[in-house]
Design a protein around this ligand. Structure first.
Ligand SMILES: [Ca+2]
Length: 258
């Protein structure tokens, strides 16, 4: 998948006070019909539609087939990995300093401009990778470093996989980004035993990669529980309920920001 394909199409319109627009991708416009300011018909070109987007208009759509132009006072967030709308072109007004050329993490991205989605970040020079940025959870934006939503992705993996990260940023994945956050414990995988249990490997017993001590209260990279399976190997978060010991979780995600 190609991430960060920014279709930037700036329109500088002579005579208009330096309004510029960029074409953006978004999955759907269905929830926006009530936000239409004005609808124009028989507009022959999207540049002419842009000329209609003045004062309180911040976005417009143009449909070449029907020659229909619609203006909006509502902001649309952009999602660069979304499917392009089949026929409708969507443009938003660009304000100065709005687009981070090269964000170092999700927190640098304006949640009013960008939707939740996969973005390429550059945490340090020469190190870039794709992450899922969560723009909707409170106090965000958050960089999602782990997401479990079903059993499709194997999490019982060797050291190198956890080091690199694995999975699909839109589905189940692990992003190895916080090795030293977990109270001084080192990260262990079945092929690298860094736990403090001398007689066994916690990662092997509990079937995940984690900052095991001897062994865990949480095992978020353990196996998805299915009826009858061994709970100790499961995706577990103890103390989640006051009265249930070692409850298994069906979905988890880990969010970080600095
Ligand atoms: Ca051990």
């Amino acid at each position: 998948m190609d991430f960060f394909i920014l279709i930037v199409l700036f329109l500088y319109i002579p005579g208009l006070s330096a309004s510029s627009f960029t074409r953006i991708l978004r999955t759907s416009l269905d929830d926006s019909v009530d936000d239409v300011l004005l609808t124009y018909v028989n507009i022959t070109h999207h540049v002419d539609c842009a000329k209609s987007c003045k004062s309180n208009c911040v976005a417009f759509t143009y449909e070449p087939e029907t020659k229909e132009c619609r203006t909006f006072a509502k902001r649309f967030c952009r999602n660069d990995t979304a499917e392009k709308l089949a026929t409708v072109m969507l443009f938003v007004k660009v304000e100065k300093g709005q687009t981070p050329a090269n964000p170092s993490d999700c927190n640098e991205m304006d949640p009013d401009v960008f939707c939740s989605g996969v973005y390429r970040i550059t945490p340090s020079a020469g190190v870039s990778f794709d992450v899922y940025c969560d723009m909707e959870t409170d106090n965000g934006p958050w960089t999602v470093i782990q997401n479990r939503q079903n059993g499709d992705e194997e999490f019982f993996r060797p050291w190198d996989d956890y080091k690199k990260g694995f999975g699909n940023p839109l589905g189940n994945f692990w992003l190895d980004d916080a090795m030293n956050l977990h109270n001084g414990m080192q990260f262990s995988t079945y092929d690298r035993d860094n736990d403090v249990k001398n007689d066994a490997s916690c990662a092997s017993i509990n079937q995940g990669g984690w900052w095991y001590r001897a062994c865990y209260d949480a095992n978020l990279n353990g196996r998805i529980y299915v009826n009858g399976s061994d709970n100790s190997r499961s995706l577990v978060w103890d103390y989640f309920y006051p009265d249930v010991q070692w409850p298994h979780m069906m979905k988890t995600r880990m969010l970080v920001k600095h």
